[in-house]
Design a protein around this ligand. Structure first.
Ligand code: MG
Length: 235
């Protein structure tokens, strides 16, 4: 502590540690909680226009179903992905599980948000049935469970706010810095700067393969999960 005090003592002018540039750009916050701020790219807005999305297999138009402001998984049609590619980002997603009380575990309201097409933030109706904890809603699938479960009851809209730092790779493809993710579920921190271990794997351990900016994918897991109000801010 004495050393710190001495170091501080060397500066006597308070203005020596004040600066005026660069000036942070002005961003107009959304009109209400969850609404896109002025610098957001809206990926799914009112009316659920899916023009920012494509079918992940064919790259043709996304086949999911627009219902009001929601885009609903069309089981069997496959994943959808954004036309745009992203790196570091703040991502807002709202989702709602279908009323499927007869289904259980990973078969119940399963979908997912794949950051850069490969790191899955799990979407699941995991409130009313058992599954492995690192596969429940708010997990990084098969890597970590959420810190807490802040899900609302089935059938209500859930809100995810994701802050994501993309991994960095050397020219030789070595991981220089892994990816990190923070997730707020309905305003509650459930992942706190979690170090992602690699691409999501269903079987086996995750590992990294080098990549650059990439798409966001939404998973078709055969359940009628709805999405609305999706926007992203590039960081
Ligand atoms: Mg999933």
């Amino acid at each position: 502590m004495a050393v710190t005090g001495m170091a501080c003592g060397q500066i006597t002018d308070p203005t020596a540690t004040e600066f005026y540039e660069p000036v942070p750009p002005k961003v107009q916050p959304g009109s209400e909680m969850g609404a896109p701020p002025s610098d957001a790219i809206v990926l799914l807005g009112p009316g659920a226009d899916a023009s920012e999305w494509v079918d992940d297999d064919t790259q043709g138009p996304a086949e999911w179903t627009s219902e009001g402001d929601a885009l609903v998984v069309k089981p069997g049609s496959g994943y959808i992905s954004t036309r745009r590619k992203f790196g570091d980002m703040q991502l807002h997603v709202e989702w709602k599980s279908p009323d499927e009380p007869d289904k259980e575990g990973q078969g119940r309201g399963n979908s997912g948000i794949f950051l850069q097409g490969r790191y899955e933030v799990q979407v699941l109706e995991s409130e009313g049935s058992d599954t492995y904890t690192n596969g429940q809603a708010g997990s990084i699938y098969k890597q970590t469970p959420p810190l807490v479960n802040a899900l609302k009851p089935m059938g209500e809209w859930q809100r995810y706010d994701i802050i994501y730092s993309a991994p960095h790779f050397s020219k030789d493809g070595i991981v220089v810095r892994p990816a990190y993710v923070t997730l707020l579920m309905n305003g509650v921190v459930v992942l706190n700067n979690f170090e992602i271990k690699g691409a999501t794997e269903y079987i086996g351990l995750p590992h990294y393969l080098p990549h650059g900016d990439d798409v966001i994918k939404l998973q078709d897991h055969g359940n009628l999960v709805s999405y609305r109000n999706i926007w992203v801010r590039e960081l």
